[in-house]
Design a protein around this ligand. Structure first.
Ligand SMILES: [Fe+2]
Length: 229
């Protein structure tokens, strides 16, 4: 959904522009820019070695397989509005019902990119930082972070699929499913965010985007192994 669509929906509902609408729009702008920057930093798959390609898939799997549901659960525990809880529960239900961690694992296995100890080490510190941030259970910053994550994942899927294809894999269920369904997930998370912002005191920008910056650093260590550069 576009920012404009959010504004129209909210304005229609109450007949006036609510203060959070401009805040949501600026959050979207921030997240779009963070995602654009990250995607722009991706290296051309054609110029990567097989080990580079394997490493990116393995580090991505190492983070996603065991953490996505955990962090979304953190979002669920932290929020106070029924609307946000319902949106997050829909997301969690789908993750578990369709066994997304299993889908992730099959994707990595088929690309010969099951994470090794070295892959886990390469993301360890940045992953811990995101885990500790989620553990503070601060609803608005967590929802902003998860909206960023969903949006990034959706736009990253074609790149990830290309890496796997170049690794000789034809197992694309994970990238097919997440290139589509996360569009809806991102929209839902923005609606949840809107609901939570109605309840919360305005936060300083640094606090609002703290998780986004930690996650961005983690994603950088996935797409470029920052441990060895
Ligand atoms: Fe998923």
């Amino acid at each position: 959904m576009t920012t404009e669509a959010v504004v129209v929906r909210s304005t229609d509902a109450v007949g006036v522009v609510r203060p959070n609408e401009s805040k949501i729009a600026s959050i979207r702008t921030y997240l779009d820019r963070a995602t654009d920057d990250l995607l722009a930093s991706l290296r051309n798959p054609a110029q990567l070695s097989a080990e580079d390609r394997r490493g990116i898939i393995a580090r991505y799997a190492s983070v996603l397989e065991g953490n996505f549901i955990y962090w979304m659960t953190g979002a669920y525990i932290s929020v106070g509005s029924d609307e946000a809880r319902a949106k997050i529960m829909d997301n969690l239900r789908e993750e578990i019902r369709d066994c997304h961690p299993g889908m992730m694992r099959r994707f990595a296995m088929a690309a010969h990119a099951v994470p090794t100890d070295a892959d886990a080490d390469a993301v360890h510190r940045n992953l811990m930082n995101v885990r500790l941030f989620i553990g503070r259970l601060s609803p608005v910053p967590i929802l902003v972070t998860m909206a960023f994550f969903e949006g990034f994942i959706q736009r990253f899927m074609s790149y990830l699929a290309e890496l796997a294809e170049r690794q000789g894999s034809a197992e694309m269920e994970y990238t097919d499913v997440h290139g589509v369904c996360d569009v809806t997930h991102t929209q839902e998370l923005f609606r949840a965010l809107e609901a939570e912002m109605e309840l919360a005191h305005p936060l300083p920008e640094k606090e609002l985007f703290e998780g986004v910056e930690l996650l961005r650093t983690l994603l950088q260590s996935i797409v470029v192994n920052t441990n060895v550069q």
